[in-house]
Design a protein around this ligand. Structure first.
Ligand SMILES: Nc1ncnc2c1ncn2[C@@H]1O[C@H](COP(=O)(O)OP(=O)(O)OP(=O)(O)O)[C@@H](O)[C@H]1O
Ligand SMILES: [Mg+2]
Length: 262
């Protein structure tokens, strides 16, 4: 990574406690514009807690978050979205019976004046939706096509395109590929690649080392709320990532007891 690029987000020594549960025990990660930063870890490792802290859902118990070099404290997720941090969840907020175009503009409806009234500007919304989806490699039958008729991967792509169109600088994807088949996964990974090339920082959470390896520039593995640091592409093998996720020690013990390679 070239040194003249400054991080968009700096998470410094973040701790998050829920009562006696220590979900994050001091995690530091920098997120750069234009990178796909993969956050890997087993169930309960703290991945969701970490990105929720980054996106204003949780306040850290300790630690500091800098956005564009300035310390920030988001009061709630709305604040984070306004600053340009968007999260796309696996279970998307979309209405299947409504058109792609309506879903694309949900909450951001373009309006035109009609006498004293404001009305939804269908023509403009349709045009933008078709263009943005085409850029992502999806040719809709038409803007009126219902979201429910799209595949899971295409729906993820609508959600990603929508976030980027409305100004996301950091796009957080929490397990976008975990429920998808091979071809659908490939579509979503291709979308991530396009978005990253536009300069958006992508934080990609996954359990799947192969998915991470396919698009990741850098990799941070969480294990029980801790990380050993961030590895750059080429510095780390899939086997090493898998090992870090499982916790090297435990995997070695398991290997020993099975008398072979796991
Ligand atoms: N709101 C909460 N209250 C109490 N404990 C919580 C809360 N949220 C998370 N935890 C705990 O913090 C730890 C980390 O959870 P988190 O959801 O961040 O893991 P994850 O890496 O996202 O796991 P998964 O892969 O299953 O989604 C777990 O032990 C979890 O039970
Ligand atoms: Mg999670």
């Amino acid at each position: 990574m070239s040194t003249d690029i400054k991080p968009l987000i700096q998470m410094k020594n973040i701790e998050k406690h829920f009562g006696r549960v220590i979900a994050l025990a001091g995690v530091s990660v920098d997120i750069f514009p234009g990178e796909c930063h993969c956050l890997l870890g087993d169930n309960g490792a703290g991945k969701s807690t970490f990105i929720k802290t980054m996106s204003g859902v949780h306040k850290p118990t300790h630690g500091e978050i800098l956005f564009d070099g300035v310390p920030m404290q988001f009061a709630d997720p709305r604040d984070a979205i306004t600053a340009g941090i968007a999260t796309v969840h696996q279970h998307l907020a979309m209405i299947p019976l409504m058109s792609v175009s309506r879903n694309f503009f949900m909450g951001n409806e373009p309006q035109k004046s009609f006498g004293p009234f404001k009305v939804f500007d269908h023509a403009h919304a349709n045009e933008v939706t078709m263009t943005e989806m085409r850029k992502m490699g999806i040719n809709l039958r038409g803007p009126d096509q219902a979201v429910g008729t799209l595949s899971g991967g295409e729906r993820q792509t609508v959600a990603i395109a929508r976030a980027v169109h409305f100004g996301a600088k950091v796009l957080i994807l929490d397990e976008p590929t975990s429920a998808l088949g091979v071809r659908q996964t490939a579509n979503v990974l291709a979308t991530i690649d396009k978005v990253r090339k536009q300069g958006v920082a992508v934080v990609f959470i996954t359990h799947n080392v192969r998915h991470a390896m396919a698009v990741g520039d850098r990799f941070t593995v969480l294990n029980r709320g801790k990380t050993l640091g961030t590895a750059t592409r080429g510095e780390v093998s899939p086997e090493e990532l898998q090992d870090l996720m499982a916790g090297g020690q435990e995997l070695a013990t398991l290997e020993g007891s099975l008398g072979g390679t796991v």
